[in-house]
Design a protein around this ligand. Structure first.
Ligand code: CO8
Length: 257
């Protein structure tokens, strides 16, 4: 039943193949980027089409909100200033780009808002499933596509406690997985985490602001190796170091084909 719905949706949505095809095995990383971004931009373009019957706009959860500390806002402003404003005509961006963050990754692709209502409609992205502002994962990811790296500003809230007053290691791992996975996804299309190695160097206080710096190490076929460092906002303190391996896959893998 689920599979039939999915296949029907694939037929219905004309540009779904941008995400569906195996971009890594057949194309270069540069081309993959283009396709993944095309899917991304198409989604944005889609929401501007007035005739489209499912033109529900997805909410971007990475916008500043009242729970953000002054430090969070400062770092956000710093990276946001590096993002060149996009014009309707050119659709171009600068070296850095703030990535939107929806509560379902499915909403990134063209027609995804519609698909998201068909497939497991109650599912929500783990890091975006708590409605209280600032209670858990407050974060924004910026992508530098030329340098193949991402930066994430992260303000962990009180629901992420591990050691008293400090962030749970699993919550830090979640953010590392999210940021490295986002980078790998932008470079290679759909990916799954195969391996995550983490060294915790110093605890992260709840409510503080840290920055995750993630960079592409190398690509070997469908294997994408990414590293990540979690530091204080001025980078004087190292909290965590990690390496991750992602494997590119065809979307059908998730749906049994
Ligand atoms: C916006 C938010 C972004 C969030 C990102 C979050 C991402 C996630 O959390 S994903 C969820 C957690 N991950 C999973 O559930 C994945 C479960 N594992 C799997 O499905 C599969 O093992 C999968 C897809 C990773 C790899 O399967 P498959 O495509 O069959 O790979 P396979 O052919 O066995 O191996 C391919 C290569 O990878 C290597 N490899 C696979 N797994 C590993 C591993 N764990 N460690 C090291 N190498 C590995 C293999 O050795 C092989 O190397 P080579 O080509 O050199 O021989």
């Amino acid at each position: 039943m689920l599979r039939r719905c999915f296949q029907a949706a694939l037929r219905f949505i004309p540009h779904w193949p941008a995400l569906y095809q195996d971009v890594v095995s057949q194309q270069t990383v540069g081309k993959s980027l283009e396709i993944w971004q095309t899917a991304h931009w198409n989604t944005r373009g889609l929401s501007k089409m007035s005739l489209w019957p499912f033109s529900v706009k997805s909410r971007d959860f990475s916008q500043p909100n009242a729970s953000w500390s002054a430090e969070m806002q400062d770092v956000y402003n710093r990276y946001n200033a590096l993002c060149e404003a996009e014009t309707e005509e050119s659709g171009k961006t600068g070296t850095w780009r703030k990535l939107p963050s929806y509560n379902r990754t499915l909403k990134y692709v063209r027609g995804g808002v519609c698909l998201s209502k068909i497939i497991q409609s109650k599912s929500r992205l783990f890091t975006r499933n708590i409605k209280d502002l600032g209670a858990a994962f407050e974060y924004v990811v910026f992508l530098n596509q030329q340098e193949k790296r991402c930066v994430c500003v992260f303000q962990p809230g009180h629901l992420l406690e591990g050691p008293p007053g400090h962030v749970h290691g699993g919550a830090i791992a979640t953010m590392i997985d999210t940021v490295t996975g986002t980078l790998a996804g932008y470079l290679a299309g759909p990916v799954m985490t195969a391996n995550l190695n983490i060294n915790y160097r110093s605890p992260v206080p709840l409510g503080s602001v840290v920055v995750l710096h993630s960079a592409l190490d190398r690509v070997e076929g469908k294997k994408i190796f990414v590293s990540c460092r979690v530091t204080s906002t001025d980078e004087s303190k190292l909290h965590t170091e990690a390496t991750a391996l992602f494997i590119a896959f065809k979307m059908g893998y998730l749906f049994g084909s």
